[in-house]
Ligand binder design. Structure first.
Ligand SMILES: *Cc1c(COP(=O)(O)O)cnc(C)c1O
Length: 235
């Protein structure tokens, strides 16, 4: 049987070879996406050497955090954020990848406890630029990034995107490239960013080729998740 530890080693090896093939050979960190996985699976991955975990649903994440307080895990929030969840997110996570509007940034800033380091933030961009998808559109991005000068309790680190799923490598590449271009445009305007959070189980080698510094991987590490419907019953 393939264990989480075996899969972790395979993913880390794939990350290394994808990185070696890029020109800049940027640092690439693995974020283990543990939504719909039990605390025991997180513990197993941690024991195998994985320290960064990403969760999408606040209540599910808080429940697992209380079961894992003995482990110095770095928790990342990567799911959609409703206003009434900002306080608990600001109190219980080191990173948030999914900030897509000013009001949410303001609330996270105001709620970040003074005894914790600033909350590390990525802006979620709408990679396909379709009005229906969540994420900041490319033309809203600069204004939102500039507003972070008013948020001392937040540290803007970069961009995150969830491109429309596709099995076509050229489409994957084009979508990641668009996000990369938004990122480069912000760098050119003087924003000090170092994080591009793109790439999931099906496409992370291509995301790394396009400059990913964090890949967010769930099913390739933990195995298939329960269906979303059965998950919703549990949260
Ligand atoms: C579920 C999820 C992932 C991981 O997806 P896999 O295809 O299982 O690797 C990454 N990012 C976000 C925002 C997710 O919701």
């Amino acid at each position: 049987m393939t264990t989480i530890s075996n899969r972790l080693q395979d993913i880390l090896a794939t990350i290394q070879s994808a990185k070696a093939a890029t020109q800049c050979q940027q640092q690439v960190n693995l974020l283990a996406v543990s939504k719909a996985q039990p605390a025991s699976a997180i513990r197993e991955a941690y024991t195998a050497g994985q320290a960064m975990f990403g969760e999408n649903y606040l209540q599910e994440a808080l429940q697992k955090q209380t079961e894992l307080t003995d482990l110095p895990i770095e928790w990342h929030f990567i799911g959609p954020i409703q206003s009434n969840k900002t306080q608990l997110i600001a109190q219980n996570f080191s990173w948030v990848h999914s900030v897509d509007r000013l009001k949410i940034a303001q609330r996270l800033n105001d709620a970040r406890p003074a005894n914790l380091a600033p909350l590390q933030v990525c802006l979620q961009v709408n990679a396909s630029n379709e009005e229906s998808k969540s994420g900041v559109t490319q033309h809203e991005l600069v204004d939102l990034a500039a507003a972070f000068s008013n948020f001392p309790r937040l540290k803007l680190r970069g961009l995150m995107a969830i491109p429309a799923p596709s099995h076509d490598k050229n489409i994957q590449r084009t979508q990641f490239k668009q996000v990369r271009e938004c990122y480069d445009a912000l760098l050119a305007k003087g924003f000090a960013l170092d994080t591009l959070s793109i790439g999931m189980s099906d496409d992370y080698p291509i995301a790394i080729e396009q400059g990913a510094t964090i890949v967010r991987i769930g099913s390739a590490l933990f195995g298939a998740r329960k269906s979303l419907e059965s998950l919703m019953v549990n949260i």
